[in-house]
Design a protein around this ligand. Structure first.
Ligand code: PGA
Length: 252
């Protein structure tokens, strides 16, 4: 499977000018990287402008959230058809920062279904808030994933990417990331959940990526020993050189 690296800029930077600068440097920094599916998710308000700066095929664009309906009286929301029209082909759904703002598994299920129906690729985020000795965290991840994909058919699963992000490892530094062996364990667990509902062929088509303090210093070991198909990168994706280094590690 082709490696996949998604950059989530979150609510950064402050201005469209800074956003354009970051993207221009990043585009330059990855000009020699081959064979990685790269997705940049800027704040949706900057999407069309950033999109205009790029003509190649290597990088595609994504959004960080989506509404579950297509159009209508939903003040402040953005639908999948609108995001597509602004140049996003991918959307992140169920990020822990949105779950912390009140999005529950059922709302995430509706958003995943709406985005998939509109033809988008959906990065479904799952991950426990804490670990415990009795394995409750595994149940939490299982419920998150099973609910998120509950409305999808076997063929629609080809539009899904699962991002495993332990919440306690997000936004810190490389030493706080989950160890590659534990990432490997969770990637097996996630694939098993998909297998339980579908079949081996379907399972093999769903990329599983890791997120949570991926930085240039740990990207290589996570890809080699974590057995994931790529990364969901937060803070490091705002540094064009760091993000390019992480992508190079994924291509190795
Ligand atoms: P981080 O964020 O790389 O800054 O830890 C990851 C994420 O929230 O997706």
């Amino acid at each position: 499977m082709q490696r996949l690296v998604i950059g989530n800029w979150k609510m950064n930077p402050l201005t469209i000018g800074e956003a354009k600068k970051i993207f221009a440097s990043f585009k330059e920094a990855v000009s020699k990287v081959r064979g990685v599916d790269i997705v940049v998710c800027p704040p949706a308000i900057f999407l069309s402008e950033i999109r205009k700066l790029y003509v190649g095929k290597k990088i595609t664009f994504g959004a960080q959230n989506v509404f579950m309906g297509a159009t209508g009286s939903h003040t402040g929301e953005m639908s999948a058809p609108m995001l597509l029209s602004a140049g996003a082909r991918t959307v992140i759904v169920g990020h822990s920062e949105r779950r912390a703002m009140g999005e529950d598994n059922d709302l995430i299920r509706k958003k995943v279904a709406a985005a998939v129906m509109a033809g988008m690729r959906v990065v479904v985020c799952v991950g426990e808030t804490a670990r415990d000795d009795s394995g409750e965290y595994l149940t939490a991840v299982r419920t998150q994933l099973n609910t998120a994909i509950a409305d999808l058919t076997r063929s629609q699963l080809s539009q899904v990417v699962v991002a495993y992000e332990p919440v306690w490892a997000i936004g810190k530094s490389a030493s706080d990331a989950l160890s590659p062996s534990h990432i490997h364990e969770m990637s097996i667990f996630i694939r098993k959940i998909i297998l339980e509902r579908f079949d081996t062929e379907t399972m093999q088509k769903v990329p599983v990526v890791y997120g949570g303090s991926v930085e240039p210093s740990n990207a290589g070991s996570i890809i080699a020993d974590g057995h994931v198909d790529g990364f969901l990168v937060g803070h490091a994706s705002l540094s064009p050189t760091d993000f390019a280094t992480i992508i190079s590690a994924a291509s190795a």
